[in-house]
Design a protein around this ligand. Structure first.
Ligand SMILES: Nc1ncnc2c1ncn2[C@@H]1O[C@H](COP(=O)(O)OP(=O)(O)OP(=O)(O)O)[C@@H](O)[C@H]1O
Ligand SMILES: [Mg+2]
Length: 460
């Protein structure tokens, strides 16, 4: 007997549909998600929202007219008569959920805050919501008066991140708006992770050894290589990290004496730019006309601790000078186009008295995997405690993953695209002709720019 004759036809059809859906999901996960996965999820979200909101403590008691039962009198027979009528009773009210919107890796949904609620109340229950909705993570991604927007990620987009590649030249040439916004990886929302120096002028890049700090510098070099900006390297690990990229660096120092000299020169350049801005009535270099704008400079420091640790008294003077110069750049550099990326395993007061003041001036925080809670606190400050927990739970098997603070003070997970030393070196050599010489940097913006054919000079 044929087996197909035994199985009822509807069961066969259902089986066929199931197999087809599974195949579709496996072979074309994106279209499956948009057409099947997300609509089913959205219906479930709306259907279960009251219970989940109540379980997460997001409901409020409100008095409502409700058609409900009221105990009546006990009849002489002993039977309780129950009546139903409209009356005002206290009921749990859930926050109003707008229609969820699908994203490639999840969805976004906006809620109307109930009286007395603030977006922070939702940030505190993100983990509970993630479990209730069976997703990887839920984050608060936006808020405006009376509204909060959450984003849920079904899959962790950080498990597979494409390497950073040199961006293309804009078709109409580089304009001020395009500069210093290098894309270095991916955020957990699936969006590009751009290290926006224009929004947050200075960044701190912290993490335990092998956590991905140098990889982030590589990604940054690759992403900035094409841009008409100057890159300056401080590599007191004897130059082993940054010297391969020397062709694209306008200056590279590998010992503290040279570092002190170069920082003094940068302070001098900042002073000249200050005068130029004052002359043109501009508050910063971005208000200057394009032709007069000085070349922006990004200072990359690998292993900041090496700049601060002293072996003897003689070095103390140099360390003090270094700390003062870095602090001045951190305080004034934004307006004059001088930006810092400070990398280190730990950037705390144990390095010296100047470091706490320096750290306070650095708005951008990137915290890779850390080994102790103090380093996470030092890097991320007194952000949401969940951010500190997230920083400590980055697994060693996912180097490059970091907690990043945004301009709005919120945090999110991100991962830099893997860029090997060879790939970064290749990009540095390919765009070596775009490296401004030190003299060009000094002269730019002061009305006596040097010819671009001048050979680049690498200081020290
Ligand atoms: N985003 C990433 N994706 C995949 N692998 C990465 C990523 N970032 C780093 N790695 C891997 O982790 C290793 C260590 O990274 P990296 O050298 O950047 O760490 P580090 O924090 O600079 O360490 P150290 O403090 O010892 O200099 C790299 O060799 C690379 O193989
Ligand atoms: Mg390193």
């Amino acid at each position: 007997m044929n087996l197909l004759d035994v199985i009822p036809r509807p069961a066969l059809i259902a089986l066929g549909v199931l197999v087809a859906l599974r195949l579709w999901r496996r072979l074309a996960p994106v279209s499956y998600w948009y057409l099947i996965g997300f609509p089913v999820k959205a219906v479930r979200l709306r259907w279960t929202w009251r219970h989940i909101a109540s379980g997460c403590g997001l409901t409020k008691k409100r008095h409502r007219w409700w058609f409900t039962t009221v105990p009546g009198l006990v009849a002489s027979t002993g039977v309780v008569k129950v009546k139903r009528r409209f009356q005002r009773v206290a009921v749990d009210t859930k926050p109003w959920m707008k229609l969820p919107r699908p994203l490639r890796h999840g969805w976004r949904v906006t809620f109307h805050l109930l009286d007395g609620q603030v977006p922070d109340d939702y940030a505190k229950v993100c983990e509970r919501l993630a479990h209730a909705w069976r997703v990887e993570a839920v984050r608060v991604v936006g808020s405006r008066p009376g509204r909060v927007t959450l984003q849920a990620s079904v899959r962790d987009p950080l498990t597979n991140v494409q390497p950073a590649t040199p961006c293309d030249d804009p078709p109409s040439g580089w304009t001020a708006a395009d500069l210093l916004r290098p894309v270095v990886g991916v955020l957990e929302s699936g969006a590009s992770w751009s290290l926006d120096f224009r929004l947050i002028p200075h960044w701190m890049n912290v993490g335990a050894t092998q956590s991905g700090k140098s990889n982030l510098i590589n990604a940054l070099i690759v992403a900035l290589a094409r841009q008409p900006v100057a890159l300056v390297g401080f590599d007191l690990k004897g130059g082993v990290e940054l010297s391969p990229y020397a062709p694209r660096l306008s200056a590279l120092v590998t010992n503290r004496t040279d570092a002190v000299k170069l920082l003094a020169e940068l302070i001098g350049i900042m002073g000249l730019r200050m005068l130029a801005c004052r002359e043109h009535g501009a508050r910063d270099i971005w208000q200057l006309p394009d032709a007069l704008r000085p070349i922006p400079v990004v200072i990359l420091v690998d292993e900041l601790a090496e700049l601060f640790l002293t072996a003897d008294k003689a070095e103390k003077d140099e360390v003090t000078k270094t700390a003062t110069a870095l602090l001045r750049i951190a305080q004034l550099g934004r307006a004059f186009g001088i930006h810092l990326l400070l990398s280190g395993q730990r950037i705390g007061s144990d390095l010296g008295p100047g470091v706490t003041a320096l750290r306070a001036q650095i708005g951008g925080r990137i915290c890779h995997r850390v080994n102790d809670p103090e380093t996470a606190v030092m890097t991320l400050g007194d952000l949401d405690p969940d951010a500190l927990v997230a920083a400590r739970s980055i697994p060693p098997g996912m180097p490059g993953v970091a907690i990043v603070t945004g301009a709005d003070g919120r945090w999110c997970r991100a991962r830099s695209g893997y860029v090997s030393t060879a790939a970064a070196e290749q990009a540095a050599c390919a765009f070596a002709d775009r490296t401004p010489s030190w003299d060009q940097i000094k002269a730019s913006g002061l009305g006596h720019e040097l010819d671009s054919t001048d050979q680049p000079q690498i200081a020290a």
